[in-house]
Design a protein around this ligand. Structure first.
Ligand SMILES: Nc1ncnc2c1ncn2[C@@H]1O[C@H](COP(=O)(O)OP(=O)(O)OP(=O)(O)O)[C@@H](O)[C@H]1O
Ligand SMILES: [Mg+2]
Length: 458
């Protein structure tokens, strides 16, 4: 994406343009100036302008009119208004029309610089936000046209118009959470919140307070009131992931909440009415869990109003190549071609980790391919190297020889040794999945790539 970073000054007073331009240029910015509105607008069309300094009283087309036009046509551009006749009315009018800030003349250079920095930050944040939203949309598409996945999509469509509770089942990594999000997006609750709770990740002792919230002082650590996930999901969808791992006492409470559509915070007297649609998911066989008395049968029936089973990848092998190409399309913009043997190998192999495993392989292929800008060929050799890479990681964990003599090393060497060991450990723990590892250790995937290369792990 093209990044806009330049500044434009629109003022009929040449002195103002020249002074501001000199200051901003000293700060290393690209600066353009215009003495009238028409020239200014033309510059916005042609140059990578991020921020405009705009005089309110301009001849021909007034500043406020220009501001409105900019906001309508170039919504990503931030505008800082300037005026000598600074009265509160004009300031309020311009801010209402979408100006980012208002500066009084004669200008204080310091204030102008602060306003510029703030506006630049805002424009950067906005760009990032747009990018993240796009990425999110991409991540949420369910790829595949196999009859098996089509059946899932049909149930999602059918369930969209209802508020019925849905139970999603399927092996690890088949896309259960993706399906849950798709159900929310297709429903009339789509503008409400989608709140996910991983029941397996929350200790038994905390699950009730997590779900239902607690009042201040409800238990020793409850230093303040806390809303539970049920309340947070009001008006939207509550996604209860790994539902089979919920404790029996939490199951009993859950049943009551479902029957009454009301919750009570722990330590609270008040009942709070909530309007929540529950979608749950599990990779366990809940019928068996019920028989073994680990799951309440009455709760199972309530949650399982509409069952959705997400098939394992080996039951929809025709989706493997389209999903792989989809994952690769972003990482390899020049496109990929798969050799016939490579395609066959991928379609026929075991996929015990399902789509998540396929995603890991796509990430590895993307890293492996040379960066030429030509269409990349993925053949058997590429696939072999990629699985060798995965093998190397596994070996590393098995060995996991802790470098305890790290304390005798120089600072630089100790740091490098620790970094390598740390990365190896987390990478192996996540089966070599880069995005997941990056998320777990709290760094950006691009940074993780750099670190892995630096430490010789890639
Ligand atoms: N059909 C699909 N099209 C595109 N991406 C998919 C598809 N199915 C799954 N994915 C992606 O694969 C990854 C795993 O999916 P998801 O987390 O939904 O699986 P899950 O069944 O919840 O796994 P787990 O049981 O391990 O929690 C996610 O990144 C998801 O976006
Ligand atoms: Mg999941």
């Amino acid at each position: 994406m093209k990044k806009n970073t330049a500044v434009l000054i629109i003022d009929n007073e040449k002195d103002v343009c020249d002074t501001l331009a000199a200051v901003f240029e000293d700060e290393g910015m690209a600066v353009f100036s215009a003495g009238d509105a028409a020239t200014g607008i033309k510059l916005i069309e042609e140059k990578p302008i991020a921020v405009v300094f705009l005089e309110v009283t301009l001849p021909v087309m007034g500043g406020i009119e220009v501001l409105e036009k900019i906001k309508k046509t170039f919504s990503g551009v931030e505008v800082i208004m300037m005026s000598e006749r600074a009265n509160i009315n004009i300031a309020v009018r311009t801010i209402k029309a979408g100006a980012f800030d208002f500066l009084e003349k004669p200008l204080s250079i310091e204030k102008a610089l602060v306003a510029l920095r703030n506006a630049q930050n805002m424009s950067r944040l906005r760009e990032e936000n747009i990018m993240l939203k796009k990425q999110r949309k991409r991540e949420e598409r369910i790829i595949g046209d196999s009859p098996a996945i089509q059946k899932v999509k049909d149930v999602i469509d059918h369930a969209a118009g209802t508020d019925a509770r849905i139970l999603i089942t399927g092996e690890n990594g088949t896309g259960k959470e993706l399906v849950a999000r798709a159900i929310h997006r297709a429903s009339k609750r789509k503008d409400g919140p989608f709140i996910a709770v991983n029941c397996a990740a929350i200790p038994d002792t905390l699950i009730e307070s997590e779900l239902f919230g607690h009042e201040k002082g409800a238990f020793t650590d409850a230093s303040s009131l806390r809303k539970g996930r049920f309340e947070m999901a009001n008006g939207g969808t509550l996604f209860l992931d790994e539902i089979a791992d919920m404790s029996l006492s939490a199951q009993a409470k859950m049943l009551r909440v479902i029957q009454e559509q009301k919750i009570e915070r722990l330590g609270g007297e008040r009942t709070i009415t909530v309007d929540v649609r529950i979608v749950s998911a599990t990779n366990k066989d809940l019928v068996r869990e019920c028989k073994a008395q680990r799951f309440r049968e009455d709760l199972f029936f309530r949650l399982n109003v509409i069952p959705v089973h997400v098939p394992a990848l080996c039951e929809r092998r025709e989706d493997i190549i389209p999903i792989l190409k989809y994952f690769l399309s972003e990482a390899v913009p020049s496109g990929v071609v798969l050799s016939r043997e490579a395609e066959q190998m991928l379609v026929e192999r075991e996929w015990s980790g399902n789509v998540r495993e396929l995603k890991n392989i796509a990430e590895r292929i993307a890293l492996f391919l040379p960066d030429h800008g030509d269409t990349a060929l993925i053949d058997i050799n590429v696939l072999r190297s990629v699985s060798e890479m995965a093998g190397k990681n596994e070996e590393n964990t098995r060995q996991k020889t802790a470098d305890y003599d790290i304390l005798d090393k120089s600072y630089g060497e100790a740091k490098a040794a620790f970094e390598r060991q740390y990365l190896e450990y987390h990478l192996a723990k996540n089966g070599g999945a880069l995005t997941k590892t990056a998320e777990e250790i709290g760094v950006f995937p691009s940074n993780l790539h750099i670190k892995l290369r630096k430490t010789g792990l890639l």
